[in-house]
Design a protein around this ligand. Sequence first.
Ligand code: ARG
Length: 465
Amino acid sequence: MAKLWDGRFESESSKLLEDFNASIGFDWQLWHEDIQGSKAHAKMLAKIGILDDKELDSILAGLEQIAKMIESGEFEFKNSDEDIHMAIESKLTQLIGESGKKLHTARSRNDQVALDFRLFCLRANKSITRAILALMQTLLHIAREHTHTIMPGMTHLQHAQPVNLGFHIVAWCCSLQRDVQRFQDSFMRNNLSPLGSGALAGTPYGNDREFVASELGFSAPTLNAMDSVSDRDFALDLLYDIAMLMMHISRISEELVLWSSAEFGFITLSDSYSTGSSIMPQKKNPDVPELLRGKSGRSFGNLIALLSVMKSLPLAYNKDTQEDKEGVFDSVHTAQISLEILRECLATATFNAKNMRKMAQKGHLSATDLADFLVRECGVPFRDSHHITGKVVAYAEKKGVDISALTQEELQSVDPRIKEGANAVLDIESSMQARNSLGGTASARTLEQIENLQTFVVRVSASME
Ligand code: ARG
């Protein structure tokens, strides 16, 4: 079959080469961006006098018709067309005749693919950012309801100090906030139009690159044509942003897996977001968070794969970069579906406050409070107070109770320096409320953090409308 580039070739390409070389099997997903870019390019060609009004109109109508054909599924993507750019261009000429052949004036597939893929990545950036904000909304809503729900805060996965559930959820939200900021940074850095760079050195037609950039919603054209056709940092930024996001999602998911176990019993996932076992009828498995935890793996792999493709490539365009797309498509899809299902899974879950409190009463979570009380109220140096508290813990252990259950008399029997009022600070509720430093777990402080994040979510959401 004839190729758009076959002028200098004497024999047809082999079928094997055709299949190996083709990217249309995956880059058809850029069809929307390709048509959008071609429309802007055609308008620019008319503006600088390369197309007359009639030609422009017929190109725009032809591109519109192709978009409809693709949407309705009647457009056939063939390996013989090699990629989406040539598939659309040859269909255009088929549909409108001679003027279709003028569309590729002052453009190369090198700047065309750079444009299409950039538009795709920027669009994905926005939709993922929106999905993170939606997840944060849901989390903040849950956090607000649980600023008094006591649970054990952990370090080394061991009971450490009492916190409230809202505070723990706010901690998740902080990592998601950094994700939103990272996506926004990447967006601003990459929101530049490469079109008009030509193959690598610019064009002799006087392309109005500013016009194309503003037509497509970019903030400006890129600076250097050679860099523009070879740069894939915009895709790598997106892959990195997604990898970080998925790492955060995997950490949240790991806690959901732990929390839904019988040992923790902190959370009950709704039936619609749990699965059963084919052999054990009693089982209800947390497949959603487990799969989310697992999905981070492929997002890291996609990042490393593209870094490896780009490593050591000489300027400017190289066919190697055709390998940039599948990993990005996969990571974008993975991030979008992960955010959506995590949000649903959390919105429909039940948090078991009673079990959390029960667990918070194990492990002597208020031991630090007794040590602090000895320093503040009894004039004992911290090292000694740490030692005395250790003895109290040993006493409680021997008795088989949590220190919060000890009476004042028992405390004094361990060490007479422990003054009246000590057993009040051992109460886990007051222990949690006592941590009221800026950023601390006390309910009022947690609420402050929720308000802060809520303002952020509202501000960013409004700026994206
Ligand atoms: N399918 C190619 C890609 O994805 C388009 C650019 C091809 N340019 C070229 N000179 N062969 O990278």
